[in-house]
Design a protein around this ligand. Structure first.
Ligand SMILES: Nc1ncnc2c1ncn2[C@@H]1O[C@H](COP(=O)(O)OP(=O)(O)O)[C@@H](O)[C@H]1O
Ligand SMILES: [Mg+2]
Length: 240
């Protein structure tokens, strides 16, 4: 699904050039759950922006589902994102004072889905994520943590993406809520068959993935299978 070959990313110009990524190469197959782990400043977000087609590499090639996306225009990248990628950001980033239904419609705006289709598709995603119609009009700051989780599932699934990218999704969350978020990602992987890339600086979080790629100073220092990923739902239940 993903093939990166000698990806580099530099910022700045002339004497001010800073290399954030050095010759990064790896592949990810459909259905994998991969954590990309590294300390602050190691290049995680830079890599995520490239993987998510939000930015292009300075050199190297990136094939997503067989297509070379490394030199596409912004418009082409927007199309690729809308067709292939679901994003989960810190604490799921639901818009406050905005209804549940509108929060789920948002990715469709970016994916340029026609206006008249958006509400229907968002409603379908919410129903399949287990949230009943009575909540669609609730504001996102007026629902419970469990319901927020379902809205986030719906939002990541609404454009039916094969790939889900999560950048530090548990940042700022307490331990139990972090586990609920991780459990959601594990569920999206196991039950919905989505490929997950989880970006984190915390080893405890990365251990929920089946493969861990470690990044330091813009270089991959290890890329290993995790034979026994931690089960977030089971861990979250211990707090109940
Ligand atoms: N837009 C930018 N311009 C200049 N330097 C940047 C930019 N974005 C990131 N960097 C630098 O690249 C390095 C990697 O940053 P980043 O990818 O955000 O790391 P991480 O997400 O692991 O904390 C850092 O040293 C950061 O200061
Ligand atoms: Mg970052």
């Amino acid at each position: 699904m993903i093939e990166l070959e000698n990806i580099t990313k530099t910022y700045g110009l002339g004497a001010e050039i800073y290399t954030a990524l050095h010759a990064i190469s790896f592949s990810i197959k459909e259905g994998e759950f991969v954590a990309i782990m590294g300390p602050s400043g190691s290049g995680k977000s830079t890599l995520m922006h490239i993987l998510g087609c939000l930015d292009t590499p300075t050199t190297g090639t990136y094939h997503l589902n067989g297509k070379d996306v490394s030199a596409m225009t912004d418009n082409e990248l927007a199309q690729i994102r809308g067709d292939n990628i679901g994003f989960v950001f810190q604490a799921f980033n639901l818009l406050p004072r905005t209804t549940v239904l509108r929060n789920v419609m948002l990715p469709l705006v970016y994916a340029r889905v026609p206006v008249h289709e958006r509400a229907d598709r968002a409603a379908q995603a919410l129903l399949s994520a287990g949230l009943t119609e009575e909540y669609f009009g609730h504001l996102s700051n007026q629902i419970s943590g469990g319901q927020i989780q379902r809205v986030a599932i719906a939002r990541a699934l609404v454009n039916d993406p094969a790939l889900i990218l999560a950048d530090e999704p548990t940042g700022n969350l307490d331990s139990k809520t972090s586990l609920i978020v991780l459990g959601t990602l594990q569920q999206l992987n196991r039950e919905y068959g989505r490929t997950i890339i989880l970006i984190t600086h915390e080893p405890d979080i990365a251990e929920h993935a089946a493969r861990i790629i470690r990044l330091k100073d813009g270089t991959i220092i290890s890329d290993e299978k995790n034979a026994s990923p931690r089960d977030a739902a089971r861990e979250a239940a211990l707090y109940a």
